[in-house]
Design a protein around this ligand. Structure first.
Ligand SMILES: [Mn+2]
Length: 389
């Protein structure tokens, strides 16, 4: 690397320096595989890395829409061979206003095709660092919340036990309860939850059922998921129902409003959130409701509420959390493509996942070493990358 001049800011300097240190081994392998499986390009194509059939990253508008164009792994028994496993939970039976999140996984996968595996500021290339599988979607039951919860818990439990890092694409926020239930059964000790949302989601029932306004009431009823380890970030506005606020007060959840976070500063707020979630906990689940952002940035959601975070605030927050400690997994919920304009809601949903993965990689939390799954014993699957680490 040549000498860098002095006009860079610290972040840009880090980014520019860091890129020189990133390998390109997996990228070259992807190109070779593309030429083999997709045939070398036509005679007139000057760039001989281009195959006849699109295989791999390029062009971004082509291809089959898995998350980040990760391989679709049909045999879910093999998910433990990957560092990260993406699974959709297409369910909107828990919505109490706008439905449409059953199309959330599709919407997120579609716009994720726009993303490359490399982040400039983070100085990370996911393709060179981790393997990702897209397992497709859980078979949800549209007219039955409880059967859907059982399906989601079984799916998340399977992925977590395999050793792969679960990334759950919602779905409305009712899925927060079954996802945490699927993790908690494998954790010897307590599970904390970092919850981004404008809404508390802590009432027992809504419209007589366990709707998307209720996941944390039921999750914190699980013996090793104490309410004291639930930190709720971005809560506020006119849609945080009083019954839920009452439950949060009684059980002692920690609520941080947007103003609280912005005025103490995102670094201090992230530190507080980490302290609460990890206090005596063995594993921490990240539950990200896209509506924690201001309604202007997330038109495609079930309960848009003005006054939320700016994207750069929430991304900074996520980066600090994922960089600090290993997470048990992440879910991104309430992305409703039928209401989305220009895919901007799906875009931020994808970005939150990519930044989380990028920071976990940069901090050395991914790929996981064998047996280093947060709070649990040896993985039951064979994690190929982990065993090399
Ligand atoms: Mn919400």
């Amino acid at each position: 690397m040549g000498h860098l001049h002095d006009h860079y800011g610290p972040e840009a300097r880090y980014a520019v320096e860091r890129e020189a240190a990133l390998p390109d081994t997996m990228h070259r392998r992807e190109i070779e595989r593309g030429l083999e499986y997709g045939l070398p390009g036509a005679e007139s194509i000057v760039d001989r890395t281009i195959p006849t059939f699109s295989r791999g990253e390029l062009p971004h508008f082509a291809g089959i829409n898995t998350f980040l164009k990760a391989p679709y792994v049909e045999d879910v028994r093999r998910c433990g061979e990957y560092d990260v496993a993406v699974l959709g939970a297409p369910f909107d039976g828990g919505t109490t206003y706008r439905s449409g999140t059953r199309f959330g996984p599709q919407g997120i996968r579609k716009i994720s095709a726009l993303y490359g595996p490399y982040s400039f500021e983070l100085g990370v290339d996911l393709r060179e660092s981790i393997t990702i599988a897209d397992l497709g979607d859980v078979f949800t039951i549209p007219a039955n919340i409880e059967k859907t919860f059982d399906q989601i818990s079984k799916a998340v439990s399977h992925v977590y036990a395999s050793g792969a890092f679960p990334v759950v694409l919602g779905g409305d926020h009712s899925i927060g309860y079954p996802t945490v239930r699927g993790i908690a059964e494998h954790v010897q000790g307590n599970v904390g939850i970092i919850h981004f949302d404008r809404h508390v989601d802590t009432q027992e029932t809504d419209l007589d059922e366990r709707m998307h306004t209720t996941p944390w009431f039921h999750a914190t009823d699980i013996p090793n998921v104490p309410a004291k380890n639930l930190v709720q970030i971005g809560i506020g506005g006119w849609q945080a129902p009083r019954p839920g606020v009452k439950v949060g007060r009684e059980r002692g959840t920690t609520i941080m409003t947007v103003t609280d976070c912005v005025e103490m500063g995102i670094e201090a707020a992230a530190e507080r959130a980490l302290e609460v979630a990890w206090d005596g906990a063995e594993a921490v689940w990240l539950s990200f409701d896209v509506d924690c952002l201001d309604a202007a940035f997330v038109p495609g959601t079930g309960w848009p509420e003005p006054g939320g975070f700016l994207p750069r605030e929430v991304l900074k927050f996520i980066q600090l959390i994922a960089g600090a400690r290993p997470l048990a997994g992440i879910e991104v919920v309430e992305c409703a493509p039928p209401y989305d304009n220009a895919e901007i809601t799906a875009l931020i949903a994808t970005r939150v996942i990519c930044d989380t993965l990028g920071c976990l990689v940069r901090a050395g939390h991914l790929p996981k070493r064998a047996g280093a799954r947060p709070g649990g014993p040896e993985p039951t699957g064979t994690n190929v990358n982990a065993s090399q680490a």
